[in-house]
Design a protein around this ligand. Structure first.
Ligand SMILES: *[C@@H]1O[C@H](CO)[C@@H](O)[C@H](O)[C@H]1NC(C)=O
Length: 458
């Protein structure tokens, strides 16, 4: 008898749990699956990491919308998925998992906000906290107020980090700078800040300051959420990879100018004005051609040492990698109103172009990469002698000079020391390009028969 009743109880249990299981299945199909948005339950019925990510982004976007935060998606992983998807669509290859773009598998998502279009609202942060977000706000000095005359002391918000369920939303503040570009600061933690708040080393933004052209953004629907994204995702991602920005060293420049006061004569002021407009013209022309350039020689030295053009230099010097040379370059400069003054060398060796505009010379030096060095050539017109200027390899960063966003070698000091030696900080007025540079080498003579082609002076 006890045996019988045990079997009966067991049967009863099996039946009731089966009924309950069926009910659960029914309930899930009828209600849970009808909820809007991705509902990523793993086979055990638990919320997946993707779901947490999606829910967090959704919560954040609702907040941002309520407080009219002018933001766009800047997350490199999500945008990469988006650009790949665009390519796939092109090939008519469509697959739509419920959270295709925002669930990147990373424990954070990055957004950028146009700081100039948003009035700082502490209510926003308060509301975020009420929604359960933990918050870290990082501030830094306002570079827009820094100049040779005043060093900024003003602090502005650079980053917001919102954390929910150990998932982080990074908000990058983009500020409008005088060279008509957007800037964000570097993310620097203070000693008393929580280093484990976010995976700081993995974040897309903050390792360095960055500079961007203002991207066109479009409102779209990603994974059932309204999100603004850069219109040209490929372009934005390419810019993001090379966005590192170097601030001019205003403090050092001020010290320099105390030792060596600026020439404020009418001629010097006039030269600066002309050099500025020439630099802007060159930047515009090369940008249309899609050719990157950087400040070289005396112009680079002026930026680094004085945050300005050196007035006794009498010219503007820029560098271009020979790989970026385009044969329509000369015509483009001519169309922009510059006249070719000389052309030395050839694409294969020591190419150098010099243009004239309003009495100021624009020297374009082409740089050749060779092993672990980079060099550019020089030619003496009357003798056909060749020279070679050797630099350590460098990468390119953004900087600002004369209200223009321009590139400079990131390793600026190494670059300048190669060229000017350890005394780069002392003005030298009598400069001989054939013998003064620390990195100049004799490089033979052009064959006489080729002079007419390789040494063109106008
Ligand atoms: C997006 O930018 C890339 C890189 O500059 C460019 O090649 C492409 O044509 C652009 N696409 C559109 C649709 O404008």
């Amino acid at each position: 008898m006890p045996r019988m009743s045990r079997t009966a109880v067991l049967l009863l249990l099996i039946v009731s749990s089966s009924v309950f299981l069926l009910f659960q299945l029914y309930y899930y199909r009828k209600y849970v699956s009808k909820q809007p948005g991705p509902h990523l339950l793993n086979p055990a019925g638990h919320l997946t990491a993707s779901h947490v990510q999606w829910q967090t982004v959704k919560k954040f976007l609702a907040l941002a919308q309520h407080f009219k935060l002018p933001l766009f998606l800047a997350d490199t992983a999500a945008l990469s998925l988006l650009s790949q998807h665009a390519l796939q669509q092109h090939d008519r290859l469509e697959r739509e998992p419920p959270c295709s773009f925002l669930c990147t598998g990373r424990p954070f998502t990055s957004f950028a906000v146009y700081a100039n279009l948003w009035k700082y609202d502490p209510g926003f942060l308060l509301a975020a906290e009420q929604k359960g977000f933990e918050l870290l706000e990082l501030r830094g000095e306002d570079p827009r107020l820094a100049s040779l005359d005043t060093l900024s002391g003003e602090k502005i918000p650079l980053y917001f980090l919102f954390r929910l369920h150990s998932y982080v939303i990074q908000v990058v503040f983009l500020y409008e700078r005088s060279g008509n570009y957007l800037w964000h600061g570097a993310l620097r933690l203070k000693a008393d800040m929580d280093r484990s708040f976010a995976p700081f080393k993995l974040l897309d933004y903050g390792r360095h300051a960055g500079a961007y052209d203002r991207p066109q953004v479009v409102l779209t629907v990603l994974d059932n959420l309204d999100v603004r994204v850069p219109r040209n995702v490929t372009l934005f991602l390419a810019e993001q990879r090379q966005a590192r920005f170097l601030e001019c060293r205003y403090r050092d420049a001020r010290n320099f100018l105390q030792l060596y006061p600026d020439d404020s004569s009418a001629a010097a002021v006039d030269f600066r004005r002309k050099a500025k407009s020439l630099l802007h013209l060159a930047a515009r022309t090369l940008s249309h051609l899609g050719v990157p350039f950087w400040l070289s020689s005396g112009t680079c030295l002026g930026w680094f040492r004085q945050c300005n053009i050196i007035t006794y230099g009498r010219d503007v010097d820029i560098g271009i990698f020979i790989a970026d040379f385009r044969s329509d370059m000369i015509a483009a400069f001519r169309d922009a109103g510059l006249s070719l003054k000389h052309k030395f060398g050839k694409v294969e060796d020591s190419l150098e172009l010099s243009f004239l505009s309003d009495e100021v010379k624009l020297d374009i030096f082409f740089f050749y990469e060779e092993g672990d060095v980079v060099w550019n050539g020089g030619t003496q017109a009357k003798s056909g002698r060749k020279f070679k200027y050797i630099f350590p390899r460098f990468s390119l960063c953004w900087a600002e000079l004369l209200e223009l966003k321009v590139r400079v070698p990131c390793e600026t000091l190494d670059y300048l020391m190669a060229n000017y030696g350890t005394t780069w900080g002392v003005p030298v007025r009598s400069w001989d390009w054939k013998s003064s540079p620390s990195n100049v080498q004799e490089n033979g003579v052009w064959p006489l028969a080729e002079w007419s082609e390789l040494i063109q002076v106008y």
